[in-house]
Design a binder for this molecule. Sequence first.
Ligand SMILES: Cc1ncc(COP(=O)(O)O)c(C=O)c1O
Length: 385
Amino acid sequence: MNNFSLEQSILNHKLSFVDLELEQIKQNNLYRKLRYGKSEQAHITINGKKLLNLCSNDYLGIPTTKIKIKQMQSSSRLVSGNDELYKILEEKLAKHKSQQNSLIYPTGYMANIGSITAIAKKGDLILSDELNHASIIESCNLVGAKISIYKHNDMSDLNKKIKEKAKNKFVITEGIFSMDGDFSKLKEITEITEKAKAITILDDAHGDFVVGIDGKGTPSHFNVANKIDLYISSLSKGLGSFGGYVSSQNNVIDLCINKSKSFIYTSALPSFLVEYSLKRFETNREKQRKKLESNTNMLAKGLRQMGYQIDSKTHIIPIIIGKEKTALDFGEFLFKRGVFAQPIRYPTVPKNKARLRLSVTAWLSKKDINTVLSIFEQAAKQFKT
Ligand SMILES: Cc1ncc(COP(=O)(O)O)c(C=O)c1O
C-alpha cells in the first residue's frame, strides 16, 4: 500500500461514523439529496422535464426586473460594503413596517440569528412557539437565555408560561407558519405581551409583502402593526429578491449594528441585489397580491371539493400525509405527471407528520391550476389524506 492509499484508508476508518449516520437517515426515509433544476416563472425544469412549480417562495411572481451589475462585492457593511442603496431600501422597509429604522442582512436566517442574539441575553426568558422555524430555534439556542416552548398557537399555555420571573421576557412567533400555512394568533399574543410587559418579536418571512394592507404583513392583517417590537423578515420570498431584514426602533437597530455577528463578520449583500429589491418594491405589488389571492382560493377550493383536508387560509397549503414513505411516493406520483411538490419530512416537520407543502404563486395561470387540480384528482384515488 502506498502512502496515499494508507492515509486514505485511515481517513475512511476515522470517518466511518458518517456512513453509519447516513445509513440511519436512509433507513428512516429521511435521506435528502439535491436535485438540480432551472426555475422560471410558473415552471421548474428538472432533468429536462418541465414541471409546474408548487414549491416556489416567489409568491408575488413580480415580473423579472432588469438591473446592471457594476460591482459584485466590496467587504462587510461596516467596512466599505455599505452601498448608498442600502439607506434607500432600509428607509422604505422601515416605512413599510411603520417602524423607525431597518437593517438589511445577507439572508433572513442571518437576520434572525443576528437580531435575536443582539437583543436577548442570559437571565432573560424567551417564549417560542413550538412550530417556529429552525432559524428562530437556532437563534434562541445561541442566546443562553431560558427558552420556554409554548404549544402551537396555544394562548393559555403562553399565558401560563409568561408568568415565570425573568429580567426581560420575549415572545417570538412566525406571522404565517412556514410549514402549516396558518396565521399566528397575533392579536391575542400582543395582548398577552402587553400585559406581561414582554417584548414581541415577529418573523413574518411568509406574510410580508403578501398579506395585510399593501402587503405590510401579518400585523397589518390583524391590525396590530404598532404592537410589534421587532420585525424580522426575508426579501427572498414574497418580494422574490434576496436578503433578510429587521425593522424596529432606532436603538434596537443600533444595537444590531453593534452586536450582530451575522451582520458584522460577513460580506455585505451585493448591492445589485439591493437594487433588485428596490425595483421590485416599487412595482405594482398590489396587482400581484390580488392574483395570488385568487390563485390561492381557486387551488384550495378545488382541493377541498376533492376531499383533501385543507385547513390553511393562506398561500401555503400543506396536505398532511403522515408517513414519510407515503409522502415520498405522493411526491413522485406528482413529479411523473408534471407537478413539482416536494415532500417535507422530519426534522423540518414532526415525525409522522410528513406532508406536501404546496405554495401558490401569482406566476400560475388559471389553466395551470386546473392542470394541477386534475392531477390531484387522480392522486386522491391512490393517496387518501
Ligand atoms: C419563517 C422563516 N424565517 C426565516 C427564514 C430564512 O429566510 P431566508 O431564506 O431569507 O434565509 C425562512 C426560510 O425559509 C423562514 O421560513
